[in-house]
Unconditional design. Structure first.
Length: 545
């Protein structure tokens, strides 16, 4: 028996608007009074939203409790808890309007790139050296919470250096840009990620020239150990690590009663231990940061507790250095899935608001301050070349993950543990390059549109209509300049509208002789319109000689 939600007539008339009716009719098949529950569900899922999305959980529960058909009065009640999201999904107005096409393209990239087996696993610690090298997952989360997943995107992997931008954000949130950058720079280092060289900077005041040395930026080890050292430095290690885990939890939309896939970040003690056993270079960096006055020492505070009376010499190990390294190693050893990391990246893409929880996790300013550093220094020694080609802020780690941020659109995470010489995931880089070569998402793409690449933010039909509409309009009024621009952008000037009327038809019909000449010079061939007519007849009919 069908369960029906009871609604009074007054509810219906008071609350139902034209918008809701339009949405309802958009789902109607033959009978205008009812829609199929299955069609409604499919339309939502096809848009890229998930049934365990917290914002839609109640809605899907209600749909499951209903029968095969839904009447209008039930429909408005069901969608009331998430009406705007449902409306955007059904109207094709989510961040990626052609989600199915987009997914198909990324599927093709996946199927191609999976053949690439080059690269080596990170081998400096056993837990990373023994992961399955064939793993490959891609996850993409848009700022509206549409989710694309393929392959091993629910497998836990070690965050490693992917934690660095987030540590930086947490430090920025606490201390602000100016103070954080008294301890760490914003400059590309031009050196390996674990290099001990520091940036020499002269302090303000020309008369009193004082030099200071700080890590080049927060994405290399020295800078990341520094920012880890800044996070809640007065708290115990346990509290600090827990704070960081909680922040990650917020970035990925985790909450105790969330239905969504994300879990509370996992800490892999074995990885942290191995980092500690082998991380002599990082230990050296820790003391270097101490020696240069970047990490505030505790020696003076602790002096009274040191046993100076005993005969033997008590070797003093600076706790600040130990604390900073212990926290840094631990955060590198957190594990997440590609979907969780893509969600964190989507939170960055969404100016600090997590797409599925809709909670602000980071200030807008923090995100804006972080992304340029990723752009210049996020991809180890390949950062410059990567940004030039892919044009997106990104961060990789030796655990095989790489995430990319497409501001105001989506976060992407690729996990595949074989690394290239620079320490970046081979397949991760390959997918990133293919995404930019197919889609207009390079930050500097603005003026460089061409016919082969599409803007994923615009429905394909509109994209086509826009350029053909503009050419037709320009041809009809004799605007050669616009046509020249479109030609230089490699737009196809022979595309017609729904009646197959092309720019050549319109130019001929309006007597725009120069435009006709221009189009023919461009190689545009006269084609018949829907009624079999050529531009030549248009010109003749309108008495244009
Ligand atoms: N835990 C690693 C280290 O500090 C990070 C390696 C990486 O992903 O760059 O050496």
């Amino acid at each position: 028996m069908q369960k029906k939600i009871k609604l009074t007539n007054s509810y219906e008339s008071k609350h139902s608007s034209k918008r809701e009716k339009d949405l309802f009719y958009s789902l109607c098949d033959k009978n205008p009074n009812q829609i199929k529950t299955k069609d409604f569900k499919n339309a939502l899922l096809k848009s890229g939203l998930k049934s365990n999305d917290n914002r839609l959980y109640d809605l899907f529960q209600k749909l499951d409790s209903l029968g095969d058909e839904i009447y209008f009065k039930d429909f408005i009640k069901i969608i009331s808890s998430s009406e705007l999201l449902v409306e955007k999904a059904l109207r094709g107005e989510l961040a990626l309007p052609d989600f199915s096409d987009f997914s198909k393209s990324v599927d093709e990239m996946y199927d191609d790139v999976i053949k690439n087996k080059s690269g080596e696993l990170a081998s400096y610690i056993p837990p990373l050296a023994k992961v399955d090298p064939n793993q490959f997952g891609i996850s993409i989360v848009t700022i509206d919470g549409q989710i694309y997943q393929r392959g091993d995107c629910k497998v836990d992997f070690s965050l490693q250096s992917m934690c660095k931008p987030f540590n930086y954000c947490f430090a920025l949130e606490k201390f602000g840009l100016e103070l954080v950058h008294k301890h760490v720079g914003q400059e590309p280092s031009g050196r390996q990620f674990n290099d001990l060289t520091l940036l020499t900077r002269s302090l303000v005041g020309k008369s009193n020239k004082k030099l200071t040395r700080i890590p080049f930026n927060p994405m290399i080890n020295a800078g990341a150990i520094m920012t880890a050292g800044l996070i809640n430095s007065d708290d115990t290690y346990e509290k600090r690590l827990n704070f960081v885990k909680k922040q990650y939890g917020k970035l990925i939309g985790w909450s105790a009663n969330s239905k969504f896939d994300s879990k509370f970040p996992r800490f892999n003690k074995d990885v942290a231990r191995e980092e500690n056993f082998t991380g002599y270079n990082n230990l050296a960096i820790g003391y270097l940061l101490m020696a240069t006055g970047n990490l505030p020492g505790k020696k003076n505070k602790l002096k009274k507790d040191l046993n100076t009376n005993k005969n033997e010499f008590d070797f003093y190990i600076e706790p600040t250095v130990v604390d900073a390294l212990k926290l840094y190693f631990s955060i590198c050893s957190l594990e997440m899935t590609a979907t969780e990391v893509a969600m964190a990246a989507a939170t960055l893409a969404n100016n600090g608001v997590c797409p599925v929880s809709q909670s602000r996790v980071l200030n807008q300013k923090t995100v804006r301050d972080c992304l340029p550093i990723l752009q210049s220094s996020g991809m180890y020694d390949a950062s410059g070349a990567f940004f030039q080609e892919v044009g997106l802020p990104a961060k990789s780690g030796v655990g095989g993950g790489v995430f990319l941020v497409v501001p105001q659109l989506m976060g992407i995470c690729i996990f595949s543990p074989r690394l290239d010489e620079q320490g970046n995931s081979v397949r991760g880089i390959e997918i990133a390059k293919r995404i930019t070569s197919k889609y207009l998402v390079h930050i500097f793409d603005g003026a460089m549109t061409n016919a082969d690449r599409v803007d994923p933010r615009i429905p394909i039909s509109k994209w086509r209509a826009n350029s053909c509409g503009e050419a037709i309009w320009a041809a009809s009024i004799g605007d050669i300049r616009t046509l020249e621009r479109l030609a230089s952008e490699q737009k196809d000037l022979s595309i017609g509208n729904s009646d197959m009327r092309t720019p050549l038809h319109l130019a001929a019909a309006e007597g725009q002789l120069k435009v006709v000449q221009f189009l023919l010079e461009q190689g545009v061939k006269p084609v018949p319109d829907r009624w079999g007519g050529y531009g030549y007849f248009d010109a003749k009919n309108n008495n244009h000689k």
